[in-house]
Write a protein of this length. Sequence first.
Lengths: 345, 281
Amino acid sequence: MALQVIGCEVIPQLLAKLMAEGRVVGPQRREGTEQWAFADVKDPCDVDLEYISTTLPAKKYAFPPVEKLLRYELTERPVMEAVVESEPLVIFGAHPCDIYGLRALDLAFSDQNVDPNYEARRSQMRIVGVDCKPDKYCFCGSMGTASPNDGYDLFLSPITGGYVAETVTEAGAQMLEGLPTREATAAELAEVKERLARKIQETSRVNVEVHSLPMLLSGLENSKHWEEHAEKCYSCGTCNLVCPTCYCFNVLDQMALSLDRGTKEREWDGCMLEAFGKVAGGENFREEREERLRHRFYRKYSYLFTKHGRPFCCGCGRCVRQCLVHIDPVEVLNDLIVEAEGRQG
Amino acid sequence: MAATCQCESNRQLYVPKLAVLEKIAPQTPLETLFQFRFEDGQPLGHRAGQFVEISLPGIGEAPISVASAPCEDPVFELCVRKVGNVTAALHNLKEGALVGIRGPFGNGFPDDCLKGQDVLIVAGGIGLVPVRPLIHHIMCNRFDYNNFTILYGMKTPQEMLFRDEIETWQASDAVDLRLTIDRPHPDWSGHVGVITTLFPDLELDAPKTRTVVVGPPIMYRFVILECKNKSLADENIILSLERHMKCGVGKCGHCQINNKYVCLDGPVFTYSELKHMWEAI
């Protein structure tokens, strides 16, 4: 691990260098809005490192919204072959929450059966992280995700006039090669630390330590709060789509108009959608909104948490930021915490 | 993520293997038994109670229980109800057609815990399909098991699957087969009533009995209640559950029941596992 300082003016140079080597994506403002999206960088000046949050997380590059899994030809003897697409890619300017989200997906997609498509994309990915300024929806402090432990090559922490650049991999060190850098001073490192402490304080909004959530949730399956919060849910699935740690998908065959070939594709699916738990014949195993909301919360804060040893929520706040009816995971969790504490008496 | 897993078998995770449709045996107006053999002659290598994903390129993929016993390899059978896109298209195929198969997936029935015991199978409707391999297996290795009883319930006599086999089983001393239909029907002279009405006459040696239950969701609760009335232990009540497994390999999330994936941890569970899972039935 090395800590260096680069000036703000070095960022375009760094981007230009990376762009000369291959595809780079980064956060860019949608013109005239307070919204940002990760997109291919065409001009280094388009990258806005002071963004709040992107609509979709960086996961879309490891696990695209629609992805080909197979290609087939409907000849007399059908030919079916795997499609595993990937290319070297630099994600520039990922926030700690997005980096954490990708680490969680790494665990999910490599568990028991390694997913070839995810693995291929991910193994060619390099990540330049950047620290952020939280808004009122962020709760990374509560999830323990305010700063990344791993999953990046280079991490930029803003300081006055520039960034402290931390390189943790060979690839990260190579990114800075040939660029003007200097060693960080003690005061600059203190500034980074102080900034992080402030962020953690501002974003610690769930009223319990994160590792106690799985235990706390056991016994709360019949809580009235599921219905209370789900009552306003439109079952639109937006929270699933914008979530960095959601990875459920549907699998569909797409036949070409020529009817002699096609592809099998997967597309993002969501457990909040009404049809998600349906089986042939019409039985729906999660018919009610509160059942679906409860399932989503148990998946994030209990099932996958217990299985992989970390919450499957990165506290990015995208779900509530995009929610049409403001279902806030912090409010839901805090309601549940009050109920659990009441029971303990 | 470590770039260590780009081996060929991993790359093939979602690629089906071609199998030839060798025989078509209609069972009812809705259900048909299809027999397949892999093009390369390899056996499916499944255990009773497992499922495969059948793929019709251009139409889609569907999870289907294997209906034949492992000892019948290298041919294997799927008994399919015409209910969705894939299953309807399958019913239009002719013998000799090629389909894609992925699997087998899931855990299957726990044969070790059935061996040497009394086995009671309770099947409702097409619930007979997933237990058929187990029935075949027990009938082929009959001396490995003690008393063997099958309860099979249908709505109407027209829904009866595997009629020839049922006649054979009825005539056999090796199994005590009891049939019922839900409501009286002019073509039926046997027992009438839902499947639980067959329980009062059963004489079970509770500690030695292992019960396997497969049927529509509505059936489970009532059958479990009858099993409890007969003092069967929760861990000896074995159930196979239905979900729409879209990937079969523990990723897509569709088959999740609480913290379990039906495609990896199931579809077979004991009641002692399920009774704490509020999403199970």
